[in-house]
Design a protein around this ligand. Structure first.
Ligand SMILES: NC(=O)c1ccc[n+]([C@@H]2O[C@H](COP(=O)([O-])OP(=O)(O)OC[C@H]3O[C@@H](n4cnc5c(N)ncnc54)[C@H](OP(=O)(O)O)[C@@H]3O)[C@@H](O)[C@H]2O)c1
Length: 396
């Protein structure tokens, strides 16, 4: 386990308090290998909202190079530029526009797949790729709660990546599935992790105001969302409630023991293009042994830098950014902080029902989707987990 904590950076972050001179040697090997020789990656669901973000964010990535794009039968066989309705505000790279969309089959696909297809499709498709020896790094909810599948935010629980060794595909072909959480869960858990670590959390009450891009393209009809708020997003509240507790839980042998906290979520769709806002109240635990002050919470957020020094290109320097202004965070003004990978928190104040309340904001298709997968892949690369299983075995 210690080897895994070392590999995963968790031991490194805690060790700052025990041994300042500690250097985790294994962390860097994979990164340097990947940098010298970019890892070919494929995108499953390449024409969708999240697929397009991968393409935008991966242009000139130092570790990864897109060599394969796949989508549904509607798109397969066409040039990507023809198959995809490009919706982002940077030009579609020429090289990608000319690539032919492949059928969504493992034959001919590279060994690393960034997957962003609907959960029902992912449930069938992702195991096929894992069985064929691929590292499937997925955005879909299909396997997030499976006991042997890591649900990971690198800043929060990269030690949970150990669960890939519990997967049958890993043993048979070297393949595995790793998932990132739902787009509204990611922002919430990043803000909660430093608080949970220092003070403990007993209850969480979260209300979301979620952007329309979270529903994919074309998503919610304009006649339903303009001049309106829709107080229902199918399955979203259940996902937030279960995923939050798994992410904040502890790896316990062969599975994760969820955090023993009460959690409830209200999820709403609002007429914002990108950026999920959440109003959160929390009841704290007793880890500190005294009353927790506002300064304590601000310090926990400010000092939360668990990936510092790992040189992961998508890791934001300040994962949880505090805004002291009374009317922030706001989606239009704050969603691109940390190149879309940071969570902005503001309006921290006492709560009359629980202990503290605050507002947070995160970019749902960057931090909440494509950027989350890319950071998971960078973490896996840094651990040597994007290499074939036989090579990986020497690290474990
Ligand atoms: N949008 C977000 O903010 C967000 C955040 C977190 C997680 N996610 C998750 O990410 C996944 C994708 O979301 P999205 O917003 O990108 O959806 P989307 O815009 O609807 O895109 C869906 C993609 O899946 C492809 N596809 C559909 N049927 C397929 C099939 N039978 N075989 C292979 N590919 C197929 C589509 O290809 P065609 O163009 O050929 O139809 C398209 O590329 C979902 O599981 C979603 O829950 C989304």
């Amino acid at each position: 386990m210690i080897a895994w904590l070392v590999e995963c950076g968790q031991f490194h972050s805690r060790s700052r308090f025990t041994s300042a001179a500690f250097q985790p040697p294994l962390l860097y090997t994979g990164v340097f290998t990947a940098m010298k020789n970019r890892q070919p990656i494929g995108i499953l669901g390449a024409t969708g909202m999240v697929g397009q973000r991968y393409i935008q964010l991966l242009e000139n990535h130092p570790f990864f190079e897109i060599t394969w794009l796949a989508a549904s039968d509607r798109s397969s066989g066409k040039a990507y530029g023809e198959a995809a309705k490009w919706r982002l505000d940077t030009p579609l790279p020429e090289r990608i526009a000319r690539m032919t969309v492949s059928p969504a089959e493992p034959e001919g696909a590279p060994k690393v797949i960034f997957a962003s297809v609907d959960a029902a499709i992912a449930r069938e498709m992702e195991p096929k790729f894992a069985a064929a020896g691929c590292a499937v790094i997925s955005n879909s909810s299909a396997f997030r709660m499976a006991p042997n599948v890591p649900l990971v935010i690198p800043e929060v629980n990269s030690d949970h990546l150990h669960l890939i060794e519990e997967q049958p595909w890993r043993k048979d072909s070297g393949g595995y599935i790793v998932t990132n959480p739902n787009c509204s869960t990611i922002g919430l858990v990043m803000a909660l992790k430093p608080i949970e670590e220092r003070f403990g959390i007993e209850q969480i009450f979260a209300t979301t105001m979620q952007a329309v891009s979270g529903a994919g393209y074309p998503g919610v009809a304009s006649m339903d969302i303009l001049d309106n708020v829709v107080p229902y997003i199918g399955g979203e509240e259940e996902k937030m409630e279960s995923e939050t507790l798994k992410l904040l839980g502890a790896l316990d042998g062969h599975a994760v023991k969820p955090l023993a906290a009460g959690m409830t979520a209200h999820c709403n769709r609002v007429p914002v293009i990108d950026g999920h806002t959440e109003c959160v109240s929390i009841k704290l635990g007793k880890k500190l042994g005294r009353e927790v002050t506002q300064e304590d919470i601000l310090a926990a957020w400010a000092e939360f830098q668990p990936l510092a020094g790992l040189n992961l290109p998508f890791a934001p320097g300040q994962p949880v950014e505090w805004s002291a202004l009374p009317d922030r965070p706001q989606p239009r003004l704050d969603r691109n902080r940390g190149r879309g990978m940071a969570v902005t928190v503001g309006r921290l104040r006492p709560c009359n029902l629980l202990d503290w309340k605050f507002v947070l904001l995160s970019h749902n298709t960057v931090r909440g989707a494509a950027g989350a997968t890319i950071l998971n892949a960078e973490m896996l690369a840094s651990l040597g987990k994007l290499e074939p299983a036989t090579a990986v075995a020497t690290h474990v």
